[in-house]
Write a protein of this length. Structure first.
Length: 80
């Protein structure tokens, strides 16, 4: 995320392609993980590093209904 609080093009591309590496939603694209999962982490504490940063950004996107920004960047990726 840029210093001005806006998402950069690179942020959006990364979020569209980032997969959850562990837990109940392991292997799913962050975009396809329910908002409630991110809210749980917000209360308990996000992981350190890039994963935590991406999860925080995804929570912001989901909380504001902006998932549509990521869909074109995913192409035809389907996730269950």
């Amino acid at each position: 995320m840029a210093d001005n609080g806006m998402f950069t093009k690179d942020d959006l591309i990364k979020l569209a392609q980032y997969r959850m590496p562990f837990g109940k939603y392991a292997g799913r694209y962050l975009m396809n993980v329910p908002e409630e999962y991110f809210l749980w982490f917000a209360g308990k504490g996000f992981p350190e590093g890039e994963l935590g940063r991406c999860m925080k950004m995804m929570l912001e996107i989901k909380a504001h209904g902006l998932e549509y920004l990521l869909r074109p960047l995913q192409g035809t990726i389907v996730d269950h």
